[in-house]
Design a protein around this ligand. Structure first.
Ligand SMILES: NCc1[nH]cc(CCC(=O)O)c1CC(=O)O
Length: 326
């Protein structure tokens, strides 16, 4: 199942750090950006190694695989086995439960958090014709699409970003994809509308990367990871992921969450929706936060906000919506 012996780039010699990544173009682009940032921050030589994961091999519906981290498992196995020293995940695909012996050592500055509609004929969410067929493998996107436009026919799809885009030249009128992924692949021109979070609240952690390592990291890698880590991003994704964890929901749940920090105020907005679009619970809370003060205190504040909003939504009955399976 793994291809950890498949070295795609090894310009550095045997004493370099091994950076493990999934094999898709998107994953390799993301890993390449992290490798560049770590090198610029003084990590020393890095080599990239492809690790095949269950999420890349399994052909069933992505939603049916559940939120158990099908993409993360093999990368974590590589870290524990010592065949990789650093791995890069899309944060939104990473389970909220910490993995014993491992740590998220850095969360780099976040890219665009929003979803994008990629449609035929330049259509937008508002101008898609009645009954248009829109592809997504995400229960959250399916639920929010149906909520905004009950007439649409949502089609379950999967595959990598170019495969999904190709469906709009074939049997679908549109697909919904993360803008961050499109930008990283240089495919942002395919977006016919960058969706307003008011209509399509992103997945917790969307647009952010997680750089994971073993618990103990030697220098100079440890120092470089600290340089690449971005506290405003970490605080935002901490609030979003704590919200998800409080709803006892996984990364495939019909739950959207978006945290923003502005002028010392952390705002968290969340939605839990029925996958059939029949009903949704939405709320937001805010708290003051000091990003220039104690780092651990800021992270604790973000966790508290996520938990408080989670409890509020649970009190309204969001648990049942969040744990629904397609
Ligand atoms: N679930 C697949 C996945 N994981 C991360 C991204 C894009 C990058 C991101 O959202 O951070 C994508 C593709 C997509 O949702 O369109």
């Amino acid at each position: 199942m793994r291809e950890t012996d498949h070295v795609t780039e090894n310009l550095a010699g045997p004493s370099s750090w091994v950076l493990g990544t999934r094999g898709s173009d998107l994953a390799r682009t993301q890993a390449g950006q992290v490798a560049e940032a770590l090198t610029a921050a003084g990590a020393g030589p890095l080599e990239m190694r492809i690790v095949r994961t269950e999420g890349d091999v399994t052909t069933g519906s992505l939603a049916s695989l559940g939120g158990t981290g099908v993409f993360a498992g093999a990368l974590r196995t590589a870290l524990k086995a010592g065949t990789a020293d650093v791995v890069v995940h899309s944060l939104k695909d990473l389970p909220t439960t910490p993995e014993p012996g491992l740590r998220i050592a850095a969360v780099p500055p976040r890219a665009d958090v929003r979803d994008a509609l990629c449609a035929r004929n330049g259509w937008t969410l508002a101008t898609l014709p009645a009954g248009a067929r829109v592809g997504t493998g995400s229960p959250r996107r399916a639920a929010l699409l149906r909520l905004a436009r009950p007439d649409l026919e949502v089609v379950d799809i999967r595959g990598n970003v170019p495969t999904r885009l190709a469906r709009t030249e074939n049997d679908l009128d549109a697909v919904v994809l993360a803008m961050a992924g499109l930008v990283r692949l240089g495919l942002e021109a395919r977006a016919t509308e960058v969706l307003d979070p008011a209509d399509m609240l992103p997945a917790p952690g969307q647009g952010a990367l997680a750089v994971e390592t073993r618990a103990e990291v030697p220098e100079p890698l440890a120092g470089a990871l600290a340089v690449v880590d971005d506290l405003p991003t970490l605080v935002a994704v901490t609030a979003e992921r704590q919200l998800l964890a409080s709803l006892e929901a996984g990364c495939a749940a019909p739950v959207g969450a978006l945290a923003t920090v502005e002028s010392g105020v952390l705002t968290l907005e969340a939605i839990a929706a029925a996958i059939d679009g029949g009903r949704a619970l939405r709320s937001s809370q805010r708290t003051s936060i000091d990003l220039d003060g104690d780092r651990e205190a800021a992270i604790a504040t973000a966790r508290r906000l996520g938990r408080d909003l989670g409890l509020e939504l649970l009190g309204q009955g969001a648990g049942e919506l969040a744990r629904a399976r397609p």
